[in-house]
Design a protein around this ligand. Structure first.
Ligand SMILES: CC/C=C\C/C=C\C/C=C\C/C=C\C/C=C\C/C=C\CCC(=O)SCCNC(=O)CCNC(=O)[C@H](O)C(C)(C)COP(=O)(O)OP(=O)(O)OC[C@H]1O[C@@H](n2cnc3c(N)ncnc32)[C@H](O)[C@@H]1OP(=O)(O)O
Ligand SMILES: Cc1cc2nc3c(=O)[nH]c(=O)nc-3n(C[C@H](O)[C@H](O)[C@H](O)COP(=O)(O)OP(=O)(O)OC[C@H]3O[C@@H](n4cnc5c(N)ncnc54)[C@H](O)[C@@H]3O)c2cc1C
Length: 666
């Protein structure tokens, strides 16, 4: 293997690191064997040279980008399939792939098959009865059919009860008639729907015996399996260019009285019999299960995307020298500016916080799902609330810290060759898809207000809300991590109490319950956000303590510093709340600020080691600024030279327009 020359600043950063980077990688992967397995997979995928792009994607047309993405998606799927371990359960397979970011090496803007994997197959698993699973899963898993999840419509994304697509049962033919009565009823957004999928799970309002039976899932063929032509009665297309996700092939879909057989309604929860009799499921919200599943996955996806952005920005900050700290000294590495450390170290800590939280949530999800399969529904409301709140916080924080990583790279962060703009394009839609964030916070608030009432009635609360029942005031400020976690819980409790009081006050003033809720909703969402912060800091701390106990002291110390930095960062961000709901004094604030600055200093020598520990290969980072060797300027120039405009010294537009214009002839 050719020896790589590493930028000398990066090399000296690596020499300074106080812990063993490989140990950190193994910790993140959940063990040495998992690291080895992940790397083997990456080696295998990256050895397929057809999966690499000859021309940078950004120079392709919209159509070429899609065609190239499909070409690679098919090949990528085959390589992945050949590496699949058939002995793993679905739960283990997903958990073991949590650290895999290899998809990013192939698709800068995500794959047109994502929805097939992430929603179509899970919808069949969660919504299909045994017979339907048996038939459709085999076809979907073998890629004999490609599907997507078609729920959102042009007129409605959030308000599912307002969906306009109808599925009307016709007992005479034992068929459902799917129809889009208006333009706003068109399905709009589903990934892969435009030109990739030939099937989809359509969420539509079921009518049988002239009664509205709510939203139900239907598996619908939309294209001919041979010709791929849209079937009669189906209108399909692509929704157009977007901020990101441009290779995901988001589409629209309209139905003109399109008929499907009765057994195409996914009947795990509710059923329609041949004569049209409707039998409701144990809980109508089980129909929303696929969304819960994806919200759970998003938390991990956000942690991975943030790890990518912060790796790029930290390595670049070690290489980049700018300005002067002291007049007599050479220009320092920008990583030596404490403001730069403040911008970036929180990104490292946040990625750790959400990757720990994501695993914790995944295990919780798996436990509740197995209870649901056994008919026990008690823990569904808490799971829904947790999934909503952690999806919201992880997506908001990832978007903020990815963008901050980009800004921290100055002008070069604006280049697509840094891969930071595209990474932002991948994180920011997560605040919208799978439930718009404000809307999901209102769902969390709804569950908190319920919990509050249960507490007042002396009932036991779900574990993640149990802290609400602790009525004891904090008698003194305790600036330890555990002390701050308790203070965050007090903030969440205090803000909830305040918003519940206002909600009730507005009702007493004569507003309807709905109007009072709307009027109190800014406070309610703030309480929900604080609840989420309390959960994340607590899970980050307890899970790190639990898993890191067997690590070497230097690595343990580095991880404890990240946990403390994360906790202090949010305490300083939320000073107003802490001053209102905890016994925090001005002196305590000054102490916290001093400790925060001390932590930045302690983390500084380990910064490059910490991002190296994420172990994200150059092919996955795809960044001129973030490569392991730190050849930032050389790579920027190499990438610039790939611009098609550099293929000729004089562009034809000079003779056509500029020259006549400058010579006054145009
Ligand atoms: C080859 C490639 C391979 C791999 C790809 C690589 C990486 C991918 C890895 C990971 C994934 C990461 C990223 C994601 C990737 C792709 C995702 C892309 C696109 C996203 C797709 C979508 O966006 S799909 C559409 C999503 N849509 C929504 O989320 C809609 C939001 N709206 C709602 O959920 C609901 O309408 C509502 C919750 C806002 C309200 O619903 P409704 O009005 O019907 O509710 P009610 O008022 O009637 O009832 C409220 C009561 O119901 C309870 N409730 C609500 N929802 C649920 C639920 N889901 N579960 C349980 N209970 C629920 C609620 O609590 C109320 O209960 P009460 O007891 O209080 O009455
Ligand atoms: C990249 C991307 C991929 C997607 N992929 C898919 C897919 O594969 N399949 C699919 O079905 N859908 C998909 N979607 C659609 C996505 O799920 C919806 O965009 C999302 O659920 C939000 O709905 P909306 O766009 O209708 O927003 P709206 O609900 O119209 O929200 C607009 C504004 O109104 C506010 N608002 C709405 N309701 C309330 C309320 N009750 N209280 C307070 N404020 C409210 C929101 O907070 C927001 O500020 C995708 C979206 C994107 C961006």
């Amino acid at each position: 293997m050719a020896k790589i020359t590493v930028n000398k600043d990066l090399a000296s950063e690596r020499a300074k690191c106080e812990f063993n980077v490989e140990e950190l990688t193994n910790y993140l992967d959940g063990g040495r064997e998992n690291t080895a397995r992940r790397r083997r997979m990456e080696d295998k995928v990256l050895s397929v040279k057809e999966l690499r792009d000859e021309i940078p994607e950004e120079y392709l047309s919209h159509k070429e980008k899609y065609e190239n993405a499909i070409r690679k998606a098919v090949l990528f799927y085959k390589v992945q399939k050949s590496l699949d371990d058939p002995n793993q359960s679905d739960h283990e397979r997903i958990r073991n792939s949590y650290r895999s970011t290899i998809t990013s090496a192939i698709f800068k803007d995500n794959s047109p098959l994502t929805l097939h994997i992430v929603m179509f197959i899970p919808a069949i698993i969660g919504q299909g009865n045994d017979e339907q699973r048996e038939y459709w899963l085999k076809r979907a898993k073998n890629m004999e059919i490609i599907g997507t999840y078609a729920q959102t419509e042009l007129g409605h994304g959030t308000f599912l009860r307002g969906l306009e697509t109808t599925a009307t049962y016709d007992p005479a033919t034992e068929e459902f008639v799917l129809h889009s009565p208006t333009l706003t009823a068109y399905k709009w957004w589903p990934g892969g729907l435009a030109h990739t999928a030939n099937y989809c799970v359509v969420m539509a309002i079921l009518y049988t015996k002239s009664k509205n039976c709510g939203i139900q899932p239907f598996i619908v063929q939309i294209r001919d399996e041979e010709t791929h032509m849209p079937l009669p009665g189906i209108k399909l297309g692509e929704i157009g260019a977007k901020l990101g996700y441009n290779t995901v092939n988001n589409g629209f879909l309209g139905f003109d009285n399109h008929r499907i057989p009765r057994d195409r309604m996914l009947m795990r929860n509710a059923q329609v019999s041949k004569d049209g009799t409707f039998t409701a499921g144990a809980n109508s919200k089980l129909t929303y299960g696929t969304m819960v599943y994806v919200r759970v996955l998003i938390v991990n996806n956000m942690a991975n995307l943030l790890a990518k952005a912060v790796t790029i920005a930290i390595r670049y900050s070690a290489v980049r020298r700018q300005s002067k700290l002291k007049p007599e000294d050479p220009e320092p590495q920008i990583l030596d500016y404490v403001t730069q450390q403040h911008k970036l170290f929180i990104g490292i800590a946040t990625s750790h916080a959400y990757s720990r939280t994501a695993l914790w949530l995944w295990d919780h999800y798996a436990k509740v799902t197995s209870e649901l399969n056994a008919g026990k529904l008690d823990n569904l409301p808490e799971l829904h609330s947790l999934a909503c709140c952690l999806k919201v916080l992880s997506s908001v924080d990832a978007a903020v810290f990815v963008e901050r990583s980009r800004l921290a790279c100055g002008g070069h962060g604006y280049m697509l060759s840094s891969n930071l703009p595209q990474t932002y394009g991948l994180v920011t839609p997560a605040s919208t898809f799978e439930g718009e964030n404000t809307v999901l916070l209102l769902q969390v608030a709804r569950s908190l207000v319920k919990a509050w009432q249960q507490m007042l009635n002396g009932r036991q609360l779900a574990p993640s809300m149990a802290y609400l029942a602790d009525q004891k005031q904090l008698d003194r400020w305790d600036g330890s991590v555990n002390g701050i976690i308790r203070a965050f819980q007090k903030v969440a409790r205090g803000k909830l109490a305040f918003s519940v009081a206002n909600f009730e006050k507005y009702q007493k003033m004569g507003l309807s319950r709905e109007d009072a809720w709307n009027k109190a909703s800014v406070q309610l969402t703030a309480a929900a956000e604080s609840h989420g912060r309390a959960i994340v800091v607590q899970v980050f701390k307890t899970e790190t303590d639990r898993i890191a106990s067997s690590l070497s002291p230097p690595l343990r110390k580095a991880l404890d510093q990240l946990v403390e930095l994360f906790t202090l960062y949010w305490a300083l961000e939320r000073l107003g709340d802490l001053l209102l709901y905890s016994p925090l004094s001005e002196v305590d604030v000054r102490d916290m600020q001093a400790r925060y600055e001390e932590l930045l200093e302690k983390i500084r020598p380990n910064a490059v080691g910490l991002v190296d520990g994420f172990d994200i290969r150059d092919e996955i980072l795809n960044s001129a600024l973030g490569a392991y060797d730190g050849r930032v300027y050389e790579r920027l120039m190499e990438e610039a030279l790939k611009s098609p405009l550099n293929a000729e010294p004089v562009n034809s537009s000079f003779h056509k327009y500029l020259k006549p214009f400058m010579q006054g002839k145009l």
